[in-house]
Design a binder for this molecule. Structure first.
Ligand code: ADP
Ligand code: MG
Length: 693
């Protein structure tokens, strides 16, 4: 029987009455199985003894002592027992036994005792009133489990209930993991793990059991991923992700042959199609080696019966959009439609404009769709989509709204995928499935410029294949990043002024649209006034944020791209995707208010052309050392993967956008980042088992 199958109600355990049942229910425990799976969150090591002198080194100390004397203080109901104890170093302390008068008889003078508790100095003597006490030889359990509790139940009570349950029902328990896998990975039988977790003899035993349970949890998770993948496309996802290393710009040329050599066959076996070649011929530059490899991988997917389910990771500016276009071209050639989904109107519009420029000359029919596309034009557009008169539609959430139907949607591209939740992803995929008679899944290409650290990609997107673009287009100079404390903006402005004089452009980014009464953060609206009137008078400035009407936003972006505007004052609307190669300065005020990945994205708006670009992070005067250290990461590296790993360490995976919504991260004991090595081991074991079946 598996632990979860033990359906015996906890109320049958001796000692569980109505009073304990309530707090147990609050902990989600109603059966003995639930009780067993209420794993300790920690253990207290009472095999090691301290001396009283250590009282302020640990929260609680564990000491062996002798009872020296007893005395009473207070009167009537308040009468309280005090027990004086002495440890092996002859140091003494008082145990104040509030509401425990029975201890007088239980621990008479000269008793040898073990005490576990916290001590402090009060009225000139070392005292404890929060302690556990027992006779020296009372208990053999020297490592005690520590459980999560709810109001109405104590550690001692729950320990007792679990130990009774273990004695009565802790046998005949099966492991969810097959024996072969357990033997190969040194995982003890489940029954043994159960006892080692709840009643270990040593800390080492408890820790080893915990590791084994984590392995089991990850194994089951990876097994499910493998199964899902086998059902969907008849094969397992790639086990290995390519190693991601920071590559200095000067090394890029030298790296080219090496990178191409890593995937000798894919690119060669799946060369560009005719229409793709026609597009490539029109480009003023060749594909980077990584772009070539990824195109090969995508063409291989498109040709395979199971189709594509791929995550394309690539740092800001690595050229992912072009890859999406090339995939769309391939689909168009075989008579299918493509939808490219972008998180903001600004980005969708920009993609649509680039697509019109690059793809329309190849004969592709392109459309743009957002919530703001007006009624008449919209009706006509939807008709053309349904009639198959459009090959590529680019847009926002509108792409999967109820009245939008496709004639044969074969490829779904989700740009900046971390901005979308699982439901939105499946909504657009459903549109594809509904658009063909067989109900076939469309190919899926998810793109991310907030690089998901490799460790997480492996677990969060476990059943996707992963491609990575590491090499940047040649000629890019890494952005130089400076930190400046608030009050020193003068110098930053002087610098920007010189750049503007040289014909370059700048972004100024603020955390708020409008000034707020509750914070003293500077806002985009206020600063637009100040920058355009006082700091840079006579310079063409514009203000852009999410509340500015869509067509105004659009004409502002056009003017900025055409260099009719020199300074763009903005909020984080410009964070994703915006591509204006002539902008060389990015000034971010209140930089401490942004996540590291967001700052990296914002910085990625400059350095897109061949000119040297600069990023200034202006931080608040009172910023802590840790806060500064955090910003310094950006000064030190331009590698989005390193920054994302840092961000992850600082904030934890739950906070990283996209992972929370992914719905995959429901582990009880495991933490895929902390337990990365086990994750890799479990994934290997699960896939090997699936392959052998
Ligand atoms: P991201 O990966 O951040 O989405 P984009 O697709 O916006 O990056 O590309 C950034 C810029 O690089 C664009 O201006 C694009 O035209 C350019 N680009 C893409 N591929 C290449 C290449 N192989 N060589 C030179 N420039 C390129
Ligand atoms: Mg992009």
């Amino acid at each position: 029987m598996f632990i979860r199958e033990i359906n015996i109600p906890v109320s049958t355990i001796k000692g569980v009455g109505p009073a304990t049942l309530k707090p147990l229910t609050a902990l989600g425990i109603s059966t003995v199985g639930d009780l067993f799976a209420h794993w300790p969150r920690d253990w207290e090591d009472r095999t090691k003894f301290h001396t009283l002198a250590d009282f302020d080194k640990h929260g609680k100390i564990n000491i062996a002592a002798t009872v020296v004397s007893q005395e009473w203080f207070g009167y009537g109901k308040m009468r309280t027992l005090k027990i004086l104890i002495r440890d092996a170093t002859e140091m003494t302390a008082e145990l104040v036994c509030f509401n425990r008068p029975f201890m007088e008889k239980q621990f008479p003078v000269d008793s040898l005792i073990n005490v576990y508790g916290s001590f402090r100095y009060a009225y000139g003597s070392l005292q404890s009133s929060a302690f556990e006490i027992e006779h020296k030889n009372d208990s053999s359990a020297r490592v005690l489990p520590v459980y999560s509790l709810s109001a109405g139940i104590s550690q001692t009570q729950i320990r007792k209930i679990i130990s009774i349950a273990l004695r009565e029902y802790g046998r005949g328990i099966d492991s969810e993991v097959p024996e072969k896998v357990r033997t190969e990975n040194d995982i003890p039988a489940k029954q043994e793990l159960l006892h080692s977790m709840h009643a270990p003899a040593t800390m080492a035993e408890a820790q080893a059991a915990l590791q084994a349970l984590i392995f089991e949890e990850l194994f089951i998770f990876e097994y499910a991923i493998g199964q899902r993948s086998l059902e969907r496309r008849g094969r397992l996802p790639q086990t290995e992700l390519p190693e991601i290393t920071a590559i200095a710009q000067s090394d890029v040329e030298a790296q080219h042959p090496a990178t191409a050599a890593q995937h000798p066959t894919t690119a060669a076996q799946h060369p560009a199609t005719l229409l793709q070649l026609r597009l490539l011929d029109r480009l003023p530059f060749p594909l980077t080696p990584d772009q070539k490899i990824v195109l090969g991988e995508i063409n291989a997917d498109l040709a395979s019966p199971a189709g594509m389910a791929r995550l394309l990771q690539g740092d800001v500016g690595s050229g992912k959009t072009l890859i999406a276009f090339l995939a769309a071209v391939g689909i168009c050639e075989s008579g299918g439609q493509t939808a490219i989904l972008a998180p903001t109107e600004l980005l969708a519009r920009q993609h649509a404009e680039t697509a019109a420029r690059l793809l329309e000359p190849t004969g592709m029919r392109i459309a743009f769709l957002s919530g703001n596309v007006k009624a008449s034009g919209r009706a006509r557009l939807l008709e053309r989509l349904l009639n198959g008169e459009i090959d590529l539609v680019i847009g926002t959430h509108a792409l999967f709204s109820a009245n939008v139907r496709y004639s044969n949607l074969r490829l779904v591209v989700i740009d900046e995928q971390q901005r979308f939740g699982v439901l939105q992803r499946s909504a657009i995929i459903d549109k594809g499935r509904e658009s063909n008679a067989e109900g076939k899944n469309p190919h899926l290409l998810m793109m991310s410029a907030t690089p998901i650290p490799r460790t997480l990609a492996l677990s969060v997107f476990g059943d996707l294949d992963v491609s990575v673009i590491r090499t940047m287009p040649p000629g890019r100079k890494p952005v130089i990043t400076h930190l400046a404390v608030q009050g020193n903006e003068g110098k930053v402005h002087d610098f920007v002024r010189r750049e503007l004089a040289a014909g370059n452009q700048a972004y100024f980014v603020y955390p708020l649209i409008d000034p707020s009464d509750t914070t003293d953060l500077t806002s985009a609206t206020d600063m637009f006034k100040k920058l355009s009137e006082t700091v840079f008078p006579g310079t063409a400035c514009a203000l852009i944020h999410s509340r500015i009407p869509e067509d105004t936003q659009r004409s502002i972006m056009e003017a900025f791209r055409d260099q009719r505007i020199q300074i763009l004052v903005a909020t984080s609307v410009v964070e994703v995707g915006v591509d204006v190669p002539t902008a060389t300065c990015m000034v971010i005020e209140h930089a401490e208010r942004f996540g590291l990945s967001a700052l990296h994205q914002l910085r990625g708006r400059v350095g897109r052309g061949s000119k040297q670009s600069y990023c200034f992070l202006v931080y608040a005067k009172n910023l802590t050392e840790t806060g500064k250290a955090r910003l310094r990461v950006l000064h030190e590296t331009n590698d989005g993967f390193i920054i994302a790993e840092e961000d992850l360490k600082l904030r934890g995976p739950g906070d990283i956008t996209g992972i929370q919504q992914s719905g995959y991260m429901a582990f009880i004991l495991a933490d895929p980042i902390r337990d990365y090595d086990l994750l890799v081991q479990a994934r290997k074991a699960a896939f090997e088992l699936l392959e052998s079946l």
